[in-house]
Design a protein around this ligand. Structure first.
Ligand SMILES: [Zn+2]
Length: 378
């Protein structure tokens, strides 16, 4: 993976490249950013750059044998560690270890390097289990850096989601970080830096990776997913800075409206008026046909929540993430408010159809929803 595959983030890329050129790369780097940011892809691209045989001022070459190995995440001097849980590939008498998962990891990163831990858990067939990085993995990390780099200039250990270390493993990692080896680097890639031990974060240099903006997400979707500009723009708007959400919408793993709908409901329920106004701006940009589809989708989801509340969840067929949301949301949709909510959404639909002002319609619906959620169940 090269820097050029990541939209935007020029400032971070330049800081990293300068550090490499001046041979001043910190022994431990903490790439921190929310889900769907470039935290992992920047770490991988930087490891590629560091071991590239012919790097330029802006990127790795992409052609040399080191870059080719990195493109398959199969460079012998760059090792990946990640959360895991026992699955059928792990022999019964052995603890889970990266060797049983690395092939899956390479495959999923090739498809979607912006994935979250739930996507990963599903990939390795442990969606209902607790992920962790077991303490034995700290020993494997130590072994992986005990030899000098034999092909590349640097040995790099990339730990994806170190927040999944249990305490014992985190302490073992701390020991390793405290004893830096020559030309050995640790890249910690976290979505939740506040979950890490302060002793770990204090031994790393933090790189804050901001969310993608709408244009960057649209550019990525056009370049990597081969979709048309207009559709890319719409999905980018709904994805709200999360490139993973956008990629999953295109793969139809979630409904394109789901992230926006769930956020909207959370804001209305939590009386977050400023966020509701932001949602209104997004809605206004969607275009009339999409606005109508969104209101219909909202009606369907509200109906599903009502059915769920009536204790017939088997009638509710939805992808996992949407099902989980509706399950939590269902207590707040009941006979005391469902008629009012439906009436309000269908009125919104009619007004949009008759060229009403989408901002006014959406904001009014948001305020009415906020009140409807306060109605007691009969
Ligand atoms: Zn190269």
């Amino acid at each position: 993976m090269q820097f050029s595959a990541i939209p935007g983030h020029q400032d971070i890329k330049q800081v990293l490249i300068k550090a490499a050129q001046n041979q001043k790369v910190a022994h431990g780097l903490l790439f921190k950013g929310q889900e769907g940011t470039a935290n992992l892809t920047l770490a991988i691209s930087f490891a590629t750059y560091l071991n590239c045989e012919q790097p330029t001022d802006t990127d790795s070459c992409g052609e040399c044998s080191s870059c080719k190995k990195m493109s398959k995440l199969a460079h012998p001097d760059v090792n990946f560690f990640f959360p895991m849980a026992r699955n059928e590939n792990v022999p019964k008498n052995e603890p889970p270890s990266r060797q049983y998962f690395i092939k899956d990891f390479r495959n999923i990163i090739a498809k979607n390097p912006y994935l979250n831990e739930n996507d990963w858990a599903e990939t390795i067939g442990v969606a209902n289990k607790q992920l962790s990085i077991p303490v034995d993995e700290a020993r494997v990390i130590k072994d992986s850096v005990s030899l000098v780099a034999y092909e590349g200039k640097y040995k790099v250990v990339i730990i994806w989601l170190p927040e999944y270390f249990n305490t014992q493993a985190a302490n073992a990692l701390l020991k390793i970080l405290e004893e830096p080896q020559h030309q050995t680097l640790f890249f910690l890639v976290t979505n939740e830096p506040e979950q890490l031990l302060i002793t770990i974060t204090s031994r790393t240099q933090a790189i804050s990776v901001p969310q993608f903006d709408e244009q960057q997400i649209a550019d990525y979707l056009i370049a990597h997913e081969g979709i048309q500009e207009k559709q890319a723009q719409q999905i980018a708007l709904l994805a709200d800075g999360n490139l993973n959400a956008a990629i999953k919408m295109i793969a139809h793993e979630t409904d394109p409206f789901f992230p926006f709908f769930s956020e909207w409901m959370r804001h209305c329920f939590g009386k977050k008026v400023i966020d509701m106004v932001d949602d209104t701006d997004v809605f206004a940009k969607l275009g009339r046909e999409v606005q109508k589809s969104f209101l219909l989708y909202s009606c369907q989801m509200i109906r599903k929540a009502f059915v769920m509340n009536k204790q017939v969840p088997e009638l509710v067929k939805l992808p996992k993430e949407e099902f989980a949301f509706i399950e939590k949301f269902s207590p707040y949709i009941h006979l005391g408010n469902i008629d009012h909510i439906f009436e309000m959404l269908s009125q919104g639909y009619t007004h949009i159809e008759r060229n009403g002002n989408p901002k006014m319609i959406f904001l009014d619906s948001s305020l009415q929803l906020m009140q409807a959620f306060r109605q007691p169940a009969p």
